[in-house]
Design a protein around this ligand. Structure first.
Ligand code: GLY
Length: 388
């Protein structure tokens, strides 16, 4: 079993990573660890209907066998559950079943369950402990670690939230075997992000990994552990997201704008982040910050892992200005200097707008060239625009 300790003083916690830890033959051992945190007080087991049917109920039973006074709170799957109404329903259930200050919230599910249950734990009786059992790739490598909890309101996603670190995170990569392909790919966008922005060795490993085998490819559990290790180290340095933690948002400024442009309906978060990383890498090259060739290499890796969607950069600037991370007339853009290295560049929105306009023109030229290529005209051999 791989153990990663997130060293945050009195808020330190362990992340345990092992295939079969939760869904395999031995969930009892994992359940005993979770039950131990509550020390006899009640445990609210929060999950969604899909996860409950696919193994959540079994883990709930294991918790009960481990002697925990546990009660289930099962929500509808999907982002629509992650709002103030959903928070209220959890609080009502906690009250009904007698969750006390010494009790525990155990969240088993993807990002929605983790964010909602985590925020409920952060606010119930001014804060109770919670444990995370992520079941999606995105939740394993990102949202279950680092203590960001939140719900959405009509004005925006994750606008009401709190930093509240979990007491334990149990990661079972075996759970990914039944994850739908689209969700797996979405999680891969965050995995690729870690390599692109923070660790060249991980990026190179991903280039050599058998993409077709997905989560079953040899060494994939180690890739998950690497991502978690990178995130844990950044959270230790900058728990409250005032500095270096922003590097985890590579691709997110453009990605959030793309999600918003389509009313959060066309792309998953990961798919939008993948498109955002393409735009950020091309933008970085165009303004001379990113080493030439980086965008092509990043786009090739995204393509290989099935994250092939492309979007023009037009129409994004107004949405970027509304991003909760924009300040005044500037935004902190996370740009690559080269593969494995990123930095934050506070950039006036007007400059971002001009840069995006250049990309939009270059994108139009690319589309024309590729149409010409399909038609077999001589222009097909023309080199790519250097502003790419
Ligand atoms: N998902 C980015 C962060 O946790 O800071």
């Amino acid at each position: 079993m791989e153990k990663i300790l997130v060293k945050l003083g009195c808020r330190a916690y362990e992340i345990l990573i092992e295939k079969g830890l939760v869904a395999g033959a031995g969930p009892f051992g994992a359940a005993v660890r979770v039950a131990a945190i509550a020390e006899g007080a009640r445990i609210a087991f929060v999950s969604d209907e899909n996860v409950w049917a696919a193994g959540g109920a079994a883990f709930f039973e294991a918790l009960a066998r481990a002697g925990a006074g546990v009660f289930p709170v099962i929500i509808k799957p999907g982002e629509a559950s992650k709002n103030l109404g959903g928070l209220g329903r959890l609080a009502d259930a906690f009250a009904e079943f007698g969750l006390t200050r010494g009790g525990l919230v155990c969240a088993m599910g993807g990002g929605v369950v983790g964010d909602l249950a985590g925020f409920a734990a952060a606010t119930w009786m001014r804060g109770v402990c919670y444990a995370q059992i992520p079941t999606s790739l995105l939740a394993m490598v990102d949202s279950s670690v680092g203590g960001k909890t939140a719900v959405d309101i009509p004005a925006g996603k994750n606008l009401v939230g709190a930093f509240h670190q979990p007491s334990l995170v149990l990661v079972d990569p075996g759970l990914l075997a039944t994850l739908p392909t689209r969700e797996f790919r979405s999680g891969m966008a965050e995995v690729i992000k870690y390599g692109a922005a923070l660790r060249m060795g991980l990026f190179e490993r991903l280039e050599k990994t058998d993409c077709a085998a997905g989560a079953s490819s040899p060494g994939f559990d180690g890739i998950i552990a690497d991502c978690i290790g990178i995130k844990a180290a950044i959270v230790e340095e900058d728990e409250l997201d005032k500095g270096r933690r922003a590097l985890l948002n590579f691709g997110h400024t453009f990605g959030h704008a793309i999600e918003a442009k389509y009313g959060f309906a066309k792309y998953t978060h990961g798919e939008a982040v993948a498109i955002g990383m393409r735009i950020a890498a091309r933008y970085g090259e165009a303004v001379g910050i990113t080493e030439p060739g980086t965008a092509a290499r990043l786009c090739a890796l995204l393509d290989a892992w099935g994250l092939t969607a492309e979007e023009g950069a037009d129409g994004l600037i107004e949405l970027i200005g509304k991003d909760k991370k924009a300040k005044g007339n500037a935004v902190g853009l996370i740009l690559l200097t080269r593969i494995g290295e990123a930095a934050i560049f506070r950039t006036p929105l007007a400059d971002v707008e001009a840069g995006l306009a250049g990309l939009a023109a270059a994108g139009q030229r690319r589309r024309t060239e590729s149409a010409a290529e399909s038609a077999g005209t001589p222009e097909a051999a023309a080199p790519m625009d250097s502003a790419r």
